[in-house]
Design a protein around this ligand. Structure first.
Ligand SMILES: O=C(O)CCC(=O)C(=O)O
Ligand SMILES: [Fe+2]
Length: 298
C-alpha cells in the first residue's frame, strides 16, 4: 500500500482570480541569537525589508576567478547545447545557465563558501540545500529583463515548496550599474502573497524561462504594491551581493547598455521545507530547475 502524505496548500495560486493574502510564515527562521555572519541589526532589516545587500561579499581576486569561469561556460559549445542553457530569443546569446553548481566545480565551491551558505543557514534556521542555481548573463546590447514576479509563487505552484523558507543570493560578477538591468525589489512586498490567476500549462517552464506568463501579477496588483512599497534598484561593484526573501516582488529591465550585467543566483531552501508535489501545476519541472536532491550543503 502506498501512503500519500498530503501537505496543506497555504498559498493557493493559479486559480480563476488573482488573490492577495498575508504571509503565514516567518521571514527569519533562526532565533536572534543563532550565531552566524549576519549581525543582528542586518537580520532585523532583512526581516523588515525582505532583502539585505552587501558591497563586499567577494574580493576582487575572487571575482576574477568566478567571472573567468562564467566566461568559460558561456563560450563552451557543449554548455550552449545543454538543456540547462537558455538563450535569448532574439540574439540567441546565452541568457541563463542552470545548475551551475553541478556543472562547475568553481561554482560548487562558491555555494559551499561559509560566507554564502552560512548566511543562508542563519536566515532559514536549519541546514539548507540548493533548490536552484543559475547564472544570468545579461549581455549588453539588448538582453531582455525578467518581468515582475515572486519566486515563491512559482516554486510553490510548480515545484512544490510548501512554506516560505527559502532565500536567494544574487552575486554580481560584473558591476551592476543603475543602467544595465539590475535587480529591482519592492521592499516589504515579501509579507503579502499574491496568488496569480490562470492555470499552469504543462510545459510552462520552457516558455517562462524566456518570458514569464503564468504566474504573472496583474497591472492593478503591481500598481498597488509599487505605490505602497516603492521600488528599490540594486547597484554595486562586482563582488557585491543581494540576499532576498523568496516572496519578494522583484524583476529587472532589459540591458541595452554595452556593459553586461552578469550575476550568479543561488537559491537555498531549508531541509525542513523539502519539495513535495507541485501545488498548482500538472507536472514537476525538471530537476535542474527545481531540485529533488535534498542533500544539505556542507
Ligand atoms: O537576473 C535578474 O535580474 C532577475 C532574475 C530572477 O528574478 C530570477 O532568476 O528569478
Ligand atoms: Fe526571480
Amino acid at each position: 500500500m502506498t501512503t500519500v502524505t498530503s501537505v496543506t496548500d497555504l498559498y493557493p495560486s493559479r486559480g480563476t482570480t488573482e488573490v492577495s493574502a498575508p504571509r503565514k510564515d516567518p521571514v527569519v527562521w533562526g532565533s536572534p541569537d543563532t550565531p552566524g555572519p549576519i549581525p543582528t541589526g542586518d537580520l532585523q532589516a532583512f526581516e523588515r525589508d525582505g532583502f539585505l545587500s552587501m558591497q563586499d561579499l567577494l574580493r576582487d581576486d575572487e571575482v576574477d576567478v568566478y567571472r573567468r569561469e562564467l566566461e568559460r561556460l558561456v563560450a563552451d559549445p557543449a554548455i550552449r547545447a545543454d538543456e540547462r542553457s537558455i538563450v535569448e530569443s532574439k540574439s540567441k546569446e546565452i541568457r541563463s545557465v542552470f545548475e551551475v553548481h553541478r556543472i562547475s566545480e568553481v561554482f560548487a565551491r562558491l555555494v559551499r563558501d561559509e560566507r554564502v551558505v552560512g548566511r543562508a543557514r542563519q536566515i532559514l534556521g536549519s541546514d539548507v540545500y540548493v533548490h536552484q542555481s543559475r547564472i544570468n548573463v545579461k549581455p549588453g546590447f539588448g538582453a531582455s529583463g525578467f518581468y515582475w514576479h515572486s519566486d515563491f509563487e512559482t516554486w510553490h505552484a510548480e515545484d512544490g515548496l510548501p512554506n516560505m523558507r527559502t532565500v536567494s543570493v544574487s552575486i554580481a560578477l560584473t558591476e551592476n550599474h543603475d543602467t544595465n538591468g539590475g535587480l529591482m525589489i519592492m521592499p516589504g512586498s515579501h509579507r503579502t502573497f499574491l496568488g496569480c490567476a490562470g492555470a499552469t500549462p504543462e510545459d510552462n517552464y520552457r516558455q517562462s524561462l524566456q518570458m514569464q506568463d503564468a504566474g504573472t501579477p496583474s497591472d492593478e496588483a503591481l500598481t498597488g504594491m509599487a505605490s505602497e512599497y516603492g521600488i528599490k534598484l540594486f547597484t554595486g561593484r562586482a563582488g557585491s551581493a543581494t540576499w532576498f526573501d523568496c516572496n519578494c516582488m522583484h524583476g529587472s529591465g532589459d540591458n541595452i547598455t554595452p556593459f553586461p550585467r552578469s550575476n550568479v543566483f543561488i537559491v537555498f531552501n531549508s531541509v525542513e521545507n523539502k519539495a513535495v508535489e507541485p501545488f498548482a501545476a500538472p507536472v514537476r519541472r525538471p530537476e535542474f530547475i527545481g531540485a529533488r536532491d535534498f542533500t544539505p550543503v556542507r
